[in-house]
Design a protein around this ligand. Sequence first.
Ligand code: NAD
Ligand code: UGA
Length: 470
Amino acid sequence: MKIKNICCLGAGYVGGPTMSVIALKCPEIKVTVVDLNENRIAAWNNEDLEKLPVYEPGLAEVVREARNRNLFFSTDADSAIEAADMIFIAVNTPTKTYGEGKGMAADLKFVELCARQIAKVAKSDKIIVEKSTLPVRTAETLQTILDRTGNGFKFEVLSNPEFLAEGTAVNDLLNADRVLIGGKQTENGQRAIQSLVDIYAHWLSPKQILTTNVWSSELSKLTANAFLAQRISSINALSALCEVTEADVDEVANAIGTDSRIGSKFLKASVGFGGSCFQKDILNLVYLCRYFNLPEVADYWEQVIVLNDYQKYRFAKKIISSLFNTVSDKKITFLGWAFKKDTNDTRESAAIYVAEHLIEDGAAIHVFDPKVSEVKIKADMKYLWELKGLSDHKIELKLKQIFVYNTPAEAMDQAHAVAVLTEWDEFKGYDWEKIYSNMYKPAFVFDGRNILDVKKLTAIGFEVKGIGKG
Ligand code: NAD
Ligand code: UGA
């Protein structure tokens, strides 16, 4: 079946960029991205491309070319669903914060709502594509809802997980290592798979397009994220050992990474991984393993999260112990708040948890991030404290310990310590001599990303402490 009209439910970090690239590469297909959030849709439609709701290098150019040609952003989900031959579900699947599976399982309520809405509105057969990251066997649930609540039309459910990383989304989509499409092994299932293969074949070669059964595809997404996060926790675990043995974690990573069986990517020791997905997806995997009565497998993967929490805590503790065991009323400057460079996304950023530990010890946290606003930073902390059950009054008081600046110089002026939380390139090029002269002495730098020139900073007079450096 040749697809002429696509609808995508969810205009977030995945739905927006993915559909923009599909529209760019398939000008004969009309692509409509819909969202419940009116502000988000308005931002996607903003004339000023600087104001798109997602910051991704190269995205504005893609949107400029395709928008209002064959790419549309709308809040009218019913019309878009009705007109579409193929519907992508790219809504959020956060960790459950209530009830059964709280803190572990993926919350599938948004996905379920999409299925119910599709079933209600559809007036023809449709291919439904799972783009969100979902627990293995979700396609079965979707199929049941679609078949039982629909109006007798046929729905073919495919799994097509997304592997893009934030900050490199456009490049990851245009030059994907692979796309993965899972479908039923029936004739209709295979036909549906082929329809989606034909879309990606507009710009990817056949060997970049993998097809599997639905369950392998669903499980491969959780597995890919678990393996990637596991590498970071592995090198971070060893960073702690490096610090007490005078080994250098970057040298160790380089030494092992040159073994082609291990490979060099994703071995950068850090203050801990963040982002909306690694933790959520591993917790989901752990929950599934427990559900299927595989406790040893669950414990194995859970350790990746335990280690990551330890790494964030260890970093905060190092700051406190270096500053003579108290940071009370001291100015600690955070360079970076985003969970990685080149994105404005702060979800699960290590900065949030390090800030929490330091604020608990009485510190004043002064933040500069080139892309993250004061409103966002305070909302991140408020959300965490609300989850922990703190009273509104306590939260108000704690928020007074956070200060956010538009320039790095102001943020670091008269600071007791500077901590690098995000690896933004611009931090490397700052005038560190000037920064030093404006700081309290001894002037500490805690480089949670190992991006600064330690020799240069030490020569200026800084006390520099990196991750995994003796
Ligand atoms: P997001 O929160 O940025 O966007 C999801 C959007 O869906 C929101 O704007 C929300 O308003 C909208 N939405 C929720 N219910 C809806 C409904 N019924 N109808 C229409 N819109 C609805 O989330 P995201 O980061 O884009 O992630 C989406 C999914 O993709 C998740 O499952 C995530 O795990 C997965 N994923 C994310 C990334 C990433 O880098 N962020 C990468 C790969 C996979
Ligand atoms: C990750 C995966 O890389 C994507 O393939 C996947 O599609 C996505 O999750 C998802 O499912 O959401 P993302 O979270 O955007 O992408 O970013 P990563 O580049 O993977 O970084 C995640 C975190 O790990 C960041 O905090 C980063 O700083 C940290 N990291 C990464 C390290 O600490 N060390 C490394 O070597 C690599």
